[in-house]
Design a protein around this ligand. Structure first.
Ligand SMILES: [Fe+2]
Ligand SMILES: [Fe+2]
Length: 322
């Protein structure tokens, strides 16, 4: 596997990266008595809420297939796309397919979140916003599959195959807080910031429209996650707070390191809204240090009332020009 240049992490999906989760690995090896077990932090939660079975498992996504089920709005022919050589079109198609699969998985992730909120007696506004977010993820997925079709050299209509969905997790405040933090507060923030950053050099109008929509919606989904965590902390007390801080600590340990810009990244990819690996990592680092960590401090520190107003303080645009 190490000899395969296509790997950067443990998946061939173009947006997937991973790093060793040392603490999780130590715990798993002690628990299982198996010195070969390894756990990883996965960095692919950039296109919506990830569908995770556990904090150390890779996000679940459906394989793509030829289908009319998620065709989205048709896009008019575009000379800038038609003149791209097939390998470039395939590269762009595959990036959008990866995003589309992640958006599609977010539908299930929000559906599961709604059930978990109901189980803990969540208020109506959180339930309604969770349901709305699930519908928005359907629109994101459809639009991303439509974008994949636009770049596919054969113009095929692509969509998701079956997706094996994990069950509802144990109904407990600590569980809800930790899961919502990782999947919503972090991942949806990263997704919004990633879309904002991709807009910087993007000159393709249909792509700009979709990225703008995704940035707005994912930012709102991140704010919903912070509101959910704030609500759960009020009910869950110290146990929930400790679970939140443990999840944050573990996540911070696995943040990717910054790397130099990728010299072989084709400028045409940037023009079509595709970030290189260096920029992708920068999104994670900046999203964590400039948005998530300050929000976390506000939530569990003396200024907790500020963070309680998640929708007004969780701002991606404030760091998107960094
Ligand atoms: Fe989302
Ligand atoms: Fe989304």
């Amino acid at each position: 596997m190490g000899d395969d240049p296509a790997y950067d992490g443990l998946s061939k999906r173009p947006s997937m990266q991973a790093s060793l989760n040392q603490h999780g690995t130590e715990l798993a090896r002690a628990r299982q008595g198996d010195g070969d077990v390894c756990c990883y932090h996965w960095f692919e939660y950039c296109s919506g809420r990830p569908l995770l079975e556990s904090a150390s498992s890779p996000p679940r996504v459906a394989a793509s297939c030829e289908t009319q089920s998620f065709h989205g709005d048709p896009m008019p022919p575009c000379a800038a796309v038609e003149t791209l050589e097939p390998p470039m079109r395939e590269s762009l198609r595959d990036r959008w397919l990866a995003d589309a699969a992640a958006e599609h998985a977010s539908i299930a992730a929000f559906a599961r979140q709604t059930l978990e909120l109901v189980a803990l007696g969540a208020p109506a506004d959180l339930l309604a916003d969770s349901q709305r977010a699930s519908l928005e993820e359907i629109e994101h997925a459809s639009a991303c599959y439509a974008m994949a079709r636009r770049f596919d050299p054969q113009g095929r209509s692509l969509g998701p195959g079956p997706l094996s969905t994990p069950g509802v997790r144990p109904s407990a405040w600590a569980q809800l807080v930790a899961d919502t933090f990782v999947e919503g507060c972090v991942a949806e923030t990263i997704a919004a910031l990633r879309a904002e950053r991709a807009l910087r050099d993007c000159t393709d109008e249909p792509t700009r429209a979709l990225l703008s929509r995704i940035a707005d919606d994912e930012s709102r989904h991140a704010a919903l996650a912070w509101r959910t965590v704030a609500w759960a902390l009020r009910s869950g007390g110290e146990t929930a707070k400790h679970a939140l801080l443990a999840a944050a600590h573990e996540f911070a340990r696995g943040l990717p390191a910054a790397t130099a810009a990728s010299p072989d990244h084709d400028d045409r990819l940037r023009a079509f809204g595709i970030l290189d690996r260096s920029a992708e990592r920068r999104v994670w680092i900046d999203g964590w240090t400039e948005i998530v960590e300050p929000m976390l401090r506000a939530l569990v520190g003396p200024r907790s009332r500020d963070a309680d107003q998640g929708s007004s303080t969780c701002s991606v645009s404030s760091v998107s020009s960094a």
